[in-house]
Design a protein around this ligand. Structure first.
Ligand SMILES: NC(=O)C1=CN([C@@H]2O[C@H](COP(=O)(O)OP(=O)(O)OC[C@H]3O[C@@H](n4cnc5c(N)ncnc54)[C@H](OP(=O)(O)O)[C@@H]3O)[C@@H](O)[C@H]2O)C=CC1
Ligand SMILES: O=C(O)[C@@H]1CCC=N1
Length: 266
């Protein structure tokens, strides 16, 4: 099986690295092309991938064609490769905010298509990806496309109506969690830790907390209650964070993310 990537930016590279780590396909079976020759050729050379000279060649020579460009140019790129796509190939889009219906409109209504929303944790096998298939993608072909993501982490099949919210609390939220870790580490710096050490402490605490949450099957609130000793320090911190608007600031951030991805932001 050959997997072609049109665009090798941050997200495509995370998926590719995840696939290479999982030995999902031999490196040379991953085909790449992007806007800048120096970029995609050097990247391909570094990891033993196959650099293709055009987007059309990627589509022509791949079984799974992964569209990994920014939303603004997705229509132009699909127009470019439309004739190379066929019912024998699966188009996989990672483009935020572009529906299956729009992808069909821009290509062919008979084409098997998987709309997906991965996150960059795919790079280390810890991804969280939402997928939705059109009616032309089923059985083994659908399983093959989904297997690509299963090799890089967890996969959830969702209705397209849930994609914008999923993208906000997963795709974008990788940045928000890192923002939290960075904020925690800056607090550490305020109290005398080096940034490096504070970041390591904050990151391990975040990782351990996520692990405990998933391993225990308890709710976050139950674990918060376990940490908040009666009359203790943590409850004082929680209440001060709440007074400063911790929860509303998260909700506002997610609302803004969804508004941007659905075009409801003016
Ligand atoms: N970043 C993330 O965490 C996530 C991103 N996504 C989606 O992934 C997509 C890509 O995002 P991201 O990786 O962040 O963006 P990047 O800007 O990092 O990558 C975009 C890629 O598109 C390439 N490109 C630009 N023009 C063309 C063209 N005409 N033909 C082929 N390739 C082209 C660029 O080429 P070059 O490198 O040569 O300049 C670059 O490799 C977006 O649609 C986004 O919504 C989805 C989930 C998470
Ligand atoms: O910021 C973005 O637009 C993309 C979509 C989800 C994560 N990154």
């Amino acid at each position: 099986m050959k997997i072609g990537f049109i665009g090798v930016g941050a997200m495509a590279q995370a998926i590719i690295q995840g696939l290479l780590n999982a030995k999902f396909v031999p490196a040379e079976n991953i085909l790449v092309h992007s806007a800048h020759k120096a970029h995609y050729e050097n990247y391909a050379k570094q990891y033993g991938l196959t650099a293709e000279a055009t987007n059309q060649q990627v589509a022509e020579n791949s079984d799974l064609v992964v569209l990994a460009v920014v939303p603004a140019i997705a229509a132009d790129v699909l127009a470019e490769i439309r004739d190379q796509l066929s019912t024998q190939k699966t188009l996989i889009s990672i483009v935020s905010g572009v529906s299956l219906n729009r992808l069909e409109e821009l290509t062919d209504y008979n084409l098997p298509i998987l709309r997906s929303l991965p996150n960059i944790n795919s790079q280390y096998g810890q991804g969280m990806t939402a997928v939705a298939a059109n009616e032309n993608l089923s059985g083994d072909r659908k399983a093959q496309a989904i297997a690509m993501y299963e090799a890089t982490g967890s996969v959830s099949e969702l209705s397209e109506s849930q994609f914008a919210a999923f993208s906000a609390i997963s795709g974008s939220a990788v940045a928000y969690v890192d923002f939290f870790i960075d904020s925690l580490s800056r607090a550490g710096v305020k109290y005398g830790f080096t940034k490096e050490m504070a970041t390591q402490i904050a990151a391990q605490t975040t990782l351990g907390s996520a692990h405990s949450l998933m391993a225990s099957g308890q709710t976050p609130a139950e674990l918060i209650d376990k940490v908040c000793s009666p009359g203790g320090d943590t409850i004082a911190g929680i209440l001060a964070m709440e007074q400063a608007g911790f929860l509303p600031s998260i909700i506002k951030g997610i609302d803004a993310t969804i508004a941007k991805s659905t075009g409801n932001n003016g």
